[in-house]
Design a protein around this ligand. Structure first.
Ligand SMILES: Nc1ncnc2c1ncn2[C@@H]1O[C@H](COP(=O)(O)OP(=O)(O)O)[C@@H](O)[C@H]1O
Ligand SMILES: [Mg+2]
Length: 331
């Protein structure tokens, strides 16, 4: 769970009192694992500042930020990067223009977390998985692996950034264990035992099944590869139940600079990735319809305050008119 406790932030450009800008005024917010929160609010209402405070690019004046009960306030932005994936409005920001698609992904992969057969290792066989993944984007990226990102459309760059943001958040099993022990509210040795009691037998089972598949003379090499990948997935899933720090995605108007058709594609892709990976997500959007269509919780900011917070069924019933009314009252 991600918690913001009494977060305050005032900007002061010149030092003069009249130039002070209260960006966040005692923000309290608890976000449950797997929640997909859409965030709306007028210009300057504090949406971006909130994401920046969470990611560590802005230090709040007061308050605390907890990840699964532990304060992360003292962690620097780069130290928090393994817990958060970010996509900004500007397609130029997430990717490196003079590098190819593959090089960009390789950097994300290296910056991310070390080796696991599940993460693309840029070996030949992994590259195939990777092309398959890019094809799902339906933006023609798979044919442009070696092309410089700088010549690509904003939509292609945002899709790539999105993929990179989610790649970074796949910790190795060892890291899942470490963070489970660190962030679990349980007693440390109990948490370790709980993890090991699932991990050790699962690993043993995986290895044994591998052996059986490898020695099966009725299977082709391709079939063996597929079956091993499937049982690895099964094993991996068991381990990732313990991934407390998994995948918090911070999206700040990431489709605002795209044409409507591409924006829709990137949004749908976002939704798919979030759902498949059950990623906890905060998505800022200026589009009320998108804020209603996507996600399972909606938050509205106004002048550094949260003025609306609706979840589940209640959110489903909301209409654009409701939101506009709320906006009117606030502004
Ligand atoms: N780096 C900054 N320096 C000075 N003022 C800032 C800075 N970032 C944000 N602000 C101010 O803080 C308030 C909230 O900004 P922001 O969080 O960017 O709003 P939003 O994303 O909702 O449009 C605004 O009044 C804005 O002008
Ligand atoms: Mg903003």
């Amino acid at each position: 769970m991600l918690s913001l406790r009494n977060i305050c932030k005032t900007f002061n450009m010149t030092g003069a009192k009249e130039d002070e800008r209260v960006a966040l005024d005692h923000i309290n917010l608890d976000i449950e694992p797997g929640e997909f929160v859409t965030i709306i609010g007028g210009n300057g209402s504090g949406k971006s500042t909130t994401l920046n405070v969470v990611a560590g690019s802005i230090t709040p004046d007061s308050g605390d930020i907890l990840l699964n009960g532990e304060s992360i306030l003292k962690l620097k932005e780069y130290q928090r990067a393994s817990y958060f994936g970010r996509v900004f409005q500007d397609p130029m920001m997430g990717t490196s223009g003079d590098m190819s698609v593959l090089e960009n992904l390789e950097i994300a992969y290296r910056r991310g977390r070390v080796h696991s057969p599940f993460v693309w290792g840029f070996k030949k066989e992994n590259k195939e998985d990777f092309i398959r993944e890019l094809k799902r984007f339906d933006l023609g990226l798979e044919d442009r692996l070696n092309q410089k990102v700088g010549v690509m459309s904003g939509g292609q760059r945002q899709a790539l950034t999105l993929l990179m943001a989610t790649m970074r958040n796949k910790p190795t099993h060892k890291m899942v264990r470490r963070d489970y022990i660190k962030f679990s509210e349980k007693d440390k040795s109990l948490a370790a035992k709980e993890f090991d009691d699932v991990y050790e037998p699962a690993k043993k089972e995986y290895k044994e099944k591998c052996k059986v598949i490898k020695s099966d003379k009725n299977l082709t090499f391709e079939q063996k590869k597929q079956q091993i990948a499937d049982i690895y997935d099964e094993f991996d899933k068991k381990v990732r139940q313990f991934d407390l720090t998994k995948q918090i995605l911070l999206l700040d108007e990431h489709t605002a600079a795209l044409d409507p058709k591409t924006a829709k594609k990137v949004l749908e892709l976002t939704d798919k990735i979030v759902k498949e990976n059950q990623m906890t997500t905060l998505m800022v959007t200026h589009n009320m319809k998108d804020a209603l269509t996507y996600g399972n919780r909606l938050i509205m900011f106004n002048q550094g305050h949260i003025v609306l917070d609706v979840k589940g069924e209640e959110k489903k019933k909301l209409t654009v008119e409701d939101l506009l009314k709320k906006f009117d009252v606030q502004i």
